[in-house]
Design a protein around this ligand. Sequence first.
Ligand SMILES: Nc1ncnc2c1ncn2[C@@H]1O[C@H](COP(=O)(O)OP(=O)(O)O)[C@@H](O)[C@H]1O
Ligand SMILES: Nc1ccn([C@@H]2O[C@H](COP(=O)(O)O)[C@@H](O)[C@H]2O)c(=O)n1
Length: 201
Amino acid sequence: MIIGIAGGSGSGKTTLATRLRDAVGAERLVALQQDSYYRDIDTLPEALRASGNFDHPDCIDFPLLVQQLEALRAGHSVPVPQYDFATHHRLPTTTEQRAHPVILVEGILIFTHPALRELLDLKIFVDTDDDIRLLRRIRRDTRERGRSLESVLDQYAATVRPMHQQFVAPSQKFADLIIPEKANFDLVVELLSHKIRSLVA
Ligand SMILES: Nc1ncnc2c1ncn2[C@@H]1O[C@H](COP(=O)(O)OP(=O)(O)O)[C@@H](O)[C@H]1O
Ligand SMILES: Nc1ccn([C@@H]2O[C@H](COP(=O)(O)O)[C@@H](O)[C@H]2O)c(=O)n1
């Protein structure tokens, strides 16, 4: 089965995916990130490159993501691309990923792509308030993605927020399940992992 987790930047998608993998078992569940499928900055449409917009669906190599999900579902290994957030370039190296009974994919824009949505057996949206997401993003991007506070705030106002409103938030309507920020995560993980394990037993 293939599970999708969407939600705004900093909503907690990676955290939920990691906790589900730990609960279901790494031998049964593999988690892919939409972030691995960012197009190299040199191949982005000019308007997006010029405005430093990394939150538009055209920034993502969805054809490759769909192709690799289909291959994993068919039991084949795939070379997952690697992306460098500091330089905005796709690295020449890849990570070989083998097939698992449960494939989880998470990313801000995964519910905006019709062919990808079609592949998802369960669609989960993590709904976290904007101010909380911005605070988390400032902390993460300054610590882990080589950004200054000024650049995080400028990017948020110029592209992250408007693209969230245009693409990410409306895609919530495709979700089977919406997890509010204040949800009891332990309970959510227990319920979901129990269901997932029963489906792949
Ligand atoms: N429920 C939560 N409570 C507190 N902090 C959280 C929660 N979920 C995520 N975080 C923290 O917020 C930051 C962003 O979370 P992450 O899962 O990476 O978000 P996303 O993948 O949606 O961008 C991380 O530092 C993570 O530890
Ligand atoms: N070169 C890039 C590519 C992407 N981003 C930002 O990443 C965010 C998505 O990642 P999450 O882990 O937060 O879901 C997205 O909002 C892009 O703005 C970037 O800053 N630089």
